[in-house]
Design a binder for this molecule. Structure first.
Ligand SMILES: *Cc1c(COP(=O)(O)O)cnc(C)c1O
Length: 399
């Protein structure tokens, strides 16, 4: 087999490896609690499903314009106006097969050999690989609890070079659940304008926020930063629509046009049926969201509280998304039955085998000191899983 250098450079996802292991154990009859999931455990609301069924019945089952129907683009424009105080024209919008697909189109449209893309860590697993797939270089900027996992201007400055093409921001963040406030965004925007690099702003968790946190899009902070920002959003998380594959991006016309050309030669339009469902999701009743958020909120509080009461574990309180990202590195160096636990992978494997609890090792997100637990699972599972983790960690010994 003679694979391309590009294909060879992509590493298999450690999250998928863990997932495969968890599924194998489950298939073997083990009672596994799965904290690994990256999607809401809620069903897509009925009004959205009905819109899709109607689209099928009406014969809305053919190709649409590549970058989305006018009807859906209009709904997306209205969403940005209402939620983010941003006004866009249709030529500044593209609808893709998921936010991930929009991000990939951006990477293809903007990145090339020699370009540097700054990615604050912990990061969403996909970003560095999308950079590599387009021959550019990821410049990782490690953050931690001291700055609530935000990249501060001082750190960002040390990562800039003449080759800096873009900074990928994700707020609220997967995996940390932390988010940027206006002041932090202003500082970043100032640097982006001064040094003339793009911001790719992944705002997919915008609607899932807690404790009164109010999401702000960096693109809304002024005309100069808006010209340099591509905002990515979608319905997978906010409307429990991960399987439908629809997401969108908004930004400068020339970038959106390039993305649309790329999409026209790769996937063509996102599914016509899904586009009808997306219009309903954006323009129909929104009461589903606060209901889901209040349930996530209950679980979030419980999970973070429990984690912080486990010896050797510490966890910041997330203000968005549905993940807790505790620091567990104080357990490293300990042993179970003589086997050392020295990394997030070791600890995750141990918890899967000894506590029947699946979660994602922090190394997958670029920081080995942490693990990620999703609370997009029932309160009953959360209680059971945390009891097991607490018990398993207490069995580790120092020699
Ligand atoms: C889930 C997720 C996405 C992708 O969403 P899709 O619309 O399903 O492709 C993008 N970014 C982050 C940070 C996510 O967690």
């Amino acid at each position: 087999m003679r694979l391309s250098e590009r294909a060879k450079a992509i590493k298999p996802s450690p999250t998928l490896a863990m997932d495969a292991k968890a599924k194998a154990l489950k298939a073997a009859g083990k009672d596994i609690v799965n904290f690994g999931v990256g999607e809401p455990d809620f069903d897509t609301p009925d009004n959205i499903k009905e819109a899709a069924i109607k689209a099928i019945r009406d014969g809305f089952t053919k190709y649409t314009p590549v970058g989305g129907t006018d009807e859906l683009k209009t709904a997306v424009i209205e969403k940005f106006r209402k939620d983010n105080n941003l006004s866009f024209e249709k030529e500044e919008i593209i609808v893709s097969c998921g936010a991930k697909h929009s991000l990939y189109n951006i990477a293809e449209a903007l990145f090339g050999a020699g370009d540097e893309v700054i990615i604050p860590a912990p990061y969403w697993v996909t970003y560095p690989d999308q950079v590599v797939l387009n021959d550019a270089v990821s410049v990782i900027a490690a953050t931690d609890e001291k700055t609530s996992f935000k990249i501060e201007p001082e750190l960002l400055k040390t990562k800039l070079s003449a080759r800096t093409k873009a900074l990928i921001l994700n707020t609220p963040s997967n995996p940390t659940g932390l988010a940027y406030d206006k002041k932090s965004l202003e500082a970043i925007a100032e640097l982006a304008v001064k040094h003339d690099f793009y911001i790719i702003s992944d705002e997919i968790y915008e609607k899932l926020t807690y404790d009164g946190f109010s999401h702000i899009s960096i693109a809304s902070l002024g005309e100069e930063i808006r010209k340099r920002t591509v905002v990515v959003n979608g319905l997978s998380k906010s409307h429990a629509m991960t399987g439908w594959r629809v997401g969108f991006a908004a930004g400068p016309k020339d970038i959106i046009k390039a993305m649309t050309n790329i999409q026209s030669q790769s996937t063509s339009n996102p599914t016509s049926i899904t586009q009808k469902a997306a219009v309903e999701a954006l323009t129909g009743p929104q009461n589903f969201i606060p209901e889901m958020v209040s349930e996530f909120d209950r679980r979030r509080k419980y999970m973070v509280d429990r984690l912080n009461n486990i010896k050797g574990v510490s966890c910041l309180t997330p203000v968005g998304a549905f993940y807790a990202f505790p620091k567990v590195s104080s357990c490293y160096g300990k042993k179970f039955n003589g086997n050392p636990i020295n990394s997030s992978l070791d600890l995750s494997a141990y918890l899967l085998e000894q506590a029947q609890t699946a979660l994602v090792p922090g190394i997958a997100f670029g920081d080995d000191r942490y693990i990620r637990l999703s609370y997009a699972t029932s309160m009953e599972n959360i209680k059971k899983g945390l009891d097991r983790i607490e018990d398993a960690l207490s069995k580790l010994d120092n020699n």
